[in-house]
Design a binder for this molecule. Sequence first.
Ligand code: GCU
Length: 340
Amino acid sequence: MKNFRKRGVLLLAAAAVCAVLSGCQSADSTRIVRIGHNQSTNHPTHIALTEFQTFINDRLGDKYQVEVYPSELLGSQTDMVQLTQTGAIDFCVASNAILETFSKNYEIFNLPYLFSSAEAYHAAMDDESLTNPIFDSTVKAGFTAVTWLDAGTRNFYTVNTPINSPADLKGLKIRVQQSPTNIEMMRLLGGSATPMGFGDVYTALQSHIIDGAENNEMALTDNGHGDVCKYYSYDMHQMVPDILIGNNAFMEGLTDEERAIFEEGFQLINTVQREEWTKAVENAKSRAQNEQHVEFIYPDVQPFMDACMPLHESMLANNPDLQSTYDAIQAYNAQYSQSE
Ligand code: GCU
């Protein structure tokens, strides 16, 4: 990851110079559209973005050439959001957790145990009347969300301590994403939150700077965390979506016709990524079990949930405007629990 980072910094400098000097024109004067993300090239997100690349290059290739930069080549997610803000790059994928520091509205999708099933999660995230006010809330910051991506269910995993109840987290240093909600969640669960960027987690686990982390199953295989962590515990604490954000000036510069094609492309990303996701998770779980010898644990979720509930109350007290969004999500939870 370190080499990636160095290359990332160089690319960033090149991208910034290019943006200033030439508006990112390539030699044949097409506009280069840069998209950064922090996953590997096997990941559903990368697969979906390369389909978008093909789609846009086929439809608008005389004017735009999309380039996808995986694996933190353009920096950490926080770096990439800042680059998208300024227009040094055009799009990036950021976890909803990171976006909380750019707009408080994003706090809602970071709440632990907000969604009670994957069906309710998907239905709520697909409901534009619910997501649009949140996705548009960063317009003043220079970027807007254009679609969301599945990032599964987040669970705790540790180097050598099976987590069967919140009490087992006591005294453990657990990496969390860099968001106030996640830090508070860890405090409520009794562990010690260690916020850091995704690209630093593997080394921190290996050198025992942290005792564990929390993420979906793909982090075990795709990011190698299962080489070090041997216990993965399905406490199911969060379904935090990833969000594709775009630079406002770039999007405002598109003609209506181009904008419609880009919108179709954003929808394609969402569809392809979701189709790939289920297969990728099943594959990751079986590889983690059979090749990395990770033990999967199925604890009683209720004590974890009870510990986290004060976060729902405090989020609503601090953001009364989000009450109707919260209620609409609860209605989806009820609808899908009845249809089970
Ligand atoms: C998931 C998510 C990423 C995020 C990462 C993290 O992999 O898809 O967007 O960066 O978790 O824990 O930081």
